[in-house]
Design a protein around this ligand. Structure first.
Ligand code: AMP
Length: 544
């Protein structure tokens, strides 16, 4: 082999913030603090405070490879932890505060976290956890002295106090780029949560990957608001991607309701915001109700769950906001396909334009393939569905210390089995049609719950809907729809059926439609089909 004659300089997370501080010293980070007021500073300020944090971590005895948990909302202190912890060679382990207590215990103990950094309003969670997590030596409450709460936590210390007298520069170590930088557990709908351990290299490459032109519209003029939590797959890479290109960041803290988001978007001039469909449906409902509009937001990015076509249409036609879609998983850092819709969109008209947006283009760096139940390749013809598998430099190669989960998730030839069902079309266009566990198999034929929900959601009275499989003596399974109506609106099963006629194949028509006040959501804001199936376990279809 003839080796290239290029410098072998590592790709390191801290160099992203160093670059932002030097190249874009005036780009801002604005956060709604948990204490209340909006905090604003620049990347240059953030880099200085991250140096102070690095010194403080050293004084707490945290070093190489130690796992440091964060249980926190999107704020500037959490941002500093992303860089400070990884920068010294420790691992920033973000934890979802909405998980059940036993899942939290499991995660903290399985990761063997040395310290927990926790936001003020989440301290009670850690108080309950502390006794059961013997390895945790420090609990740092992310606030200043003035706001320190009374707590039963003996080891509790104050974030601002530990930073106070520290120097504003730090001699950041030149780590191997394959050193672990961050960690996130999947919410785990079945079995124990599973840990993804990201490296510096994978994190930097992922950030560069999403910055490719035509993916996220990011640049120095952009003002980006990740509503997707920093505890959920690193807020889809935004805290790393935005500083690389000098985009300003707006971090919404703990308040994610429509009114709070709208207020922050307007006051900070947000141009792009990212979140799960539930967030964008909630904001849409609030805008309609309040009669307010958005003056600077040009685009929303939706991901993490299937978004209904009606949502793309409503945002664009009522508020002039383009909705982009991304697909990814905790295991894939997460973004693998996003926001570029290929030549079909150039010629599409009317509703066809929104149909195009249900597909997303694969990113450079990631490979995708579809296989059938026997592991045989499924053609990428835009029609045939198969289980989606992927590989690439920001896809995990194993779960953290979990051999059983690892062996179930990888194929013999080294591809990651996503558990999603999808089609692939020309120009590397991916469309997710279901989770393997959520597909409805009627008389041996698959019905896509996502497609069905999508059509129901275009009914003006429907706020949210989920389709689940119910047992049927003749067809094995038949679809049942569970519907939440918009407040002050009415619709019956017959209205919904009439609406679906002609939009779906006849045999997809749900055998039952039930109306409920709300749907259960998972810790990451997705409809929990697991809980729905549980809730309707004893329900009998009228056709059964
Ligand atoms: P998580 O690891 O919690 O981020 O969840 C990943 C899962 O979310 C994927 O395996 C998909 O089932 C789902 N998901 C993510 N993005 C999309 C999308 N654009 N459309 C449909 N489902 C999605």
């Amino acid at each position: 082999m003839l080796s290239g004659r290029m410098m072998d300089r590592p790709l390191l997370v801290i160099d992203i913030l160093r670059h932002a501080a030097e190249a874009f010293p005036a780009s801002r980070i604005a956060s709604r603090t948990v204490e209340g007021p909006i905090h604003r500073y620049t990347y240059a300020d953030a880099f200085r405070r991250t140096a102070k944090l690095a010194h403080a971590l050293g004084q707490l005895g945290i070093g190489d490879g130690d796992r440091v948990a964060t249980i926190a909302w999107n704020t500037y202190r959490h941002f500093e932890l992303y860089y400070g912890v990884s920068g010294i060679g420790a691992v920033c382990h973000t934890i979802n505060p909405r998980l059940f207590a036993d899942q939290l215990d499991y995660i903290v103990n399985h990761a063997d976290d040395r310290a927990i950094f926790v936001d003020l309003n989440l301290v009670p969670l850690v108080e309950q956890l502390a006794d059961r997590c013997a390895g945790v030596r420090h609990v740092v409450i992310m606030t200043d002295r003035e706001h320190m709460p009374r707590t039963s936590l003996e080891q509790a210390i104050c974030y601002e106090e530990i930073l106070e007298d520290m120097p504003e520069t730090f001699d950041w170590p030149c780590l191997d780029e394959n050193t672990a930088a961050a960690m996130c557990y999947t919410s785990g709908t079945t079995g124990n949560p599973k840990g993804s351990l990201y490296s510096h290299r994978s994190t930097v490459l992922h950030a560069l990957g999403v910055l490719a032109p035509g993916i996220f519209p990011l640049n120095r003029e952009a003002v980006v608001m990740p509503v997707v939590p920093m505890f959920h797959v690193q807020a889809w890479g935004q805290p790393y991607a935005a500083p690389i290109c000098g985009a300003s960041l707006v971090l919404p803290g703990a308040r994610l309701d429509g009114e709070s988001l709208h207020q922050l978007m307007e006051s900070e001039g947000v141009t792009l915001a990212l979140g799960v469909p539930t967030i964008w449906l909630g904001l849409l409902a609030w805008l309609r109700q309040s009669g307010k509009g958005l003056s600077t937001v040009a685009r929303l990015l939706t991901g993490g769950a299937a978004a209904p076509l009606s949502m793309f249409r409503a945002w664009e036609e009522e508020y002039g906001v383009e909705v982009l879609q991304g697909w990814g998983m905790t295991e894939t850092s997460p973004v693998c396909a996003c926001g570029a819709y290929g030549s079909a969109l150039d010629v599409a008209e009317g509703d066809e334009r929104y149909v195009c947006k249900l597909r997303q283009q694969r990113l450079f760096g990631v490979e995708l393939r579809l296989v059938d139940d026997d592991g045989q390749p499924v053609p990428a013809d835009g029609i045939a569905q198969g289980e989606l598998q992927c590989r690439g430099p920001w896809v995990i190669d194993s779960y953290y210390n979990d051999d059983a989960a690892t062996s179930a998730a990888f194929t013999d030839d080294g591809w990651f089995r996503t558990g999603d069902v999808a089609t692939l079309a020309a120009e590397s266009m991916l469309q997710i049609t279901d989770r393997t566990k959520d597909m409805i198999k009627s008389g041996g034929e698959w019905i896509s719950s996502i497609d069905l929900e999508n059509e129901v959601m275009s009914h003006p009275a429907v706020a949210e809907a989920a389709a689940i499989a119910m047992p049927h003596p003749r067809w094995q399974e038949r679809p049942m729809l569970i519907v939440v109506l918009n407040p002050d609106q009415t619709a019956g099963s017959d209205d919904i059926r009439r609406h679906l006629e002609g939009r779906i194949a006849k045999w997809w028509m749900p055998d039952d439609i039930v109306f409920v006040d709300d749907l259960p959501h998972t810790a990451t804001g997705k409809v929990s089909k697991l809980q729905l199936r549980e809730r309707f376990r004893d329900h009998v279809l009228p056709t059964a």
